[in-house]
Design a protein around this ligand. Structure first.
Ligand code: G3I
Length: 319
């Protein structure tokens, strides 16, 4: 088949990007929104749906920006991935500046989730309910929720999210879990435990912040996806970027070809596994990435031109 005669794929892996609302609505730089609208199916608000932004004071919610983002997506036929309800980072001062009893913090957790997920009931199809609860050795990552509530905070969060929107798919999200290791096995065991308790969980988000020094091969990622499938769980690449920050001495053409090969393995693994439903890159353009100017980790360059990684991704996904 020549390029114009792409074989229709049996299933479409959706392609998403994390977006930054100031740029998405910046009339002075229409290329940002235009590139998103042309090439991506979904957006993940990079920070605008985190608790510090949505509930800046206890019981005082500010949905103005999140509403704008959801309305923009809906007006353009795009989906929104909600990110993230419960995390140990990006917590507002009212949460971190005092001590809580277990009952008080459970109340805070359940009220936050009920209010946020309930507001977008039926409009946000997927949520990262809990983010980064493990350390790399598979032990629990200490955070406010764990130390005050105990490990049950995770089940409570998933149950609260399901009560607020039974139609939403609920994900656990973490990094360094893109191959079989102590951390990805701890995540898998958590998911199985939640299933055995009857707690609703639908998938695992593998952030996939990778580099030439750490990235899974296609086979390694397929092994993780396959293990999830056997448990009836979706897998998604939720924050994919391939940072080249350490390759400052490598000529551009060479380093972007290496980057494209790394993207190729991850994207092909997702396309190959029926349980892999979406790939989200953590940004649109190398011009704006949390990794800074040397990372150049994304699918479009600083001038919004598609890179080799995008050509490879489009070919594999049949876009
Ligand atoms: O833009 C606002 C500014 O208006 C406000 O005055 C200021 C006051 O706090 O905050 C600014 O927002 C910053 C935001 O990025 C936008 O630039 C926040 O301070 C800053 O904390 C936030 O950082 C985000 C970080 O998560 C923490 O939430 C990054 O953009 C975002 O890329 C990063 O993403 C995380 C994922 O959520 C989880 N996985 C790792 C990933 C990378 O760290």
């Amino acid at each position: 088949f020549g390029p114009s005669q792409r074989v229709p794929l049996l299933r479409q892996v959706r392609l998403g990007a994390a977006t930054h609302q100031k740029r998405l609505f910046d009339a002075a730089e229409p290329a940002y929104a235009q590139t998103f609208l042309t090439h991506f199916d979904s957006l993940t608000p990079e920070y605008e749906m985190k608790i510090a932004q949505l509930q800046p004071a206890q019981g005082q919610f500010d949905f103005a920006i999140a509403d704008q983002i959801v309305a923009f997506a809906e007006a353009n036929g795009k989906q929104v991935r909600g990110h993230t309800l419960i995390w140990g980072n990006s917590l507002p001062a009212w949460l971190t500046g005092r001590t809580w009893t277990r009952e008080e913090l459970i109340q805070v957790l359940e009220t936050h989730i009920a209010t946020v997920v309930g507001r977008y009931r039926g409009r946000i199809p997927e949520w990262d309910v809990v983010n980064e609860a493990f350390l790399d050795d598979g032990s629990w990552r200490p955070n406010l929720w764990l130390t005050t509530i105990g490990t049950e905070y995770i089940a409570l969060a998933f149950q609260a999210a399901h009560r607020a929107d039974p139609s939403a798919k609920l994900f656990y999200n973490d990094y360094n879990v893109e191959r079989i290791n102590a951390k990805s096995t701890a995540v898998y065991n958590l998911a199985r435990s939640l299933q055995e308790q009857g707690v609703p969980i639908h998938g695992i988000g593998m952030q996939s912040h990778v580099t030439p020094n750490y990235y899974p091969t296609q086979a390694q990622l397929e092994a993780v996806l396959s293990r999830l499938e056997q448990a009836g769980l979706e897998g998604q690449l939720t924050e994919l970027d391939v940072s080249l920050a350490k390759l400052t001495d490598t000529p551009d053409a060479e380093k972007f070809e290496l980057q494209a090969q790394i993207y190729q393995g991850l994207v092909a693994a997702c396309q190959a596994r029926p349980g892999c439903t979406r790939i989200t890159t953590w940004g649109i353009t190398d011009k704006y990435t949390y990794l800074g100017s040397t990372g150049v980790p994304l699918l479009f360059d600083t001038q919004y031109a598609p890179k080799r990684a995008m050509e490879v991704t489009r070919h594999i996904l049949g876009r």
